[in-house]
Design a protein around this ligand. Structure first.
Ligand SMILES: Cc1cc2nc3c(=O)[nH]c(=O)nc-3n(C[C@H](O)[C@H](O)[C@H](O)COP(=O)(O)OP(=O)(O)OC[C@H]3O[C@@H](n4cnc5c(N)ncnc54)[C@H](O)[C@@H]3O)c2cc1C
Length: 127
């Protein structure tokens, strides 16, 4: 059976994890797509104090934008849309974005960050 995938690797998430994954696989000349929104990364409005190579605090937005420039240099495609559906295929995956774009990929890397749980404050119970 042959199947023509749009990409060999799809990476969901445009934060440090997704960008770093893109840099690794893009350098190997794979056909890669990176999906998501850079400004939704937790790093976008943060300053980083403990990165190798930086002795002073570094602006998160700056790091992300530089990361994206590097990713583009390796020929990785960027789709600035959220993925709303991931459908496993016999081999590979079909992704559907918020703008109803359909993408097939043989492999998938999830780099969607974490959402912190809000503390449950129930004042009546004194919690
Ligand atoms: C104030 C602050 C200060 C910090 N300081 C430091 C520090 O000094 N040192 C340090 O190491 N870390 C620091 N951090 C933490 C650091 O920002 C995170 O560890 C890092 O951003 C996590 O990277 P990530 O790629 O895993 O996730 P994120 O940066 O959160 O990126 C997740 C990406 O996935 C995307 N995504 C999620 N769901 C979907 C979907 N369905 N479809 C498409 N895309 C999706 C998001 O839009 C986003 O682009 C700090 C964070 C904050 C908030």
């Amino acid at each position: 059976m042959t199947f023509n995938y749009d990409y060999e690797i799809a990476i969901i998430g445009v934060g440090p994890a997704g960008i770093q994954a893109g840099l690794h696989v893009g350098r190997r000349k794979h056909r890669v797509v990176l999906l998501g929104k850079i400004e939704e990364s937790a790093l976008w409005s943060a300053h980083i104090e403990n990165y190798f190579g930086f002795s002073e605090k570094v602006d998160g937005k700056f790091l992300l934008e530089e990361g994206l420039k590097a990713v583009k240099k390796f020929g990785i495609e960027l789709i600035l849309e959220d993925v709303v559906t991931i459908e496993p295929l016999d081999l590979g995956f079909k992704l559907i974005t918020e703008k109803e774009r359909e993408i097939t990929s043989l492999s998938l890397i999830l780099a969607m960050g974490v959402k912190r749980k809000k503390r449950c404050l129930d004042r009546k119970k004194g919690l």
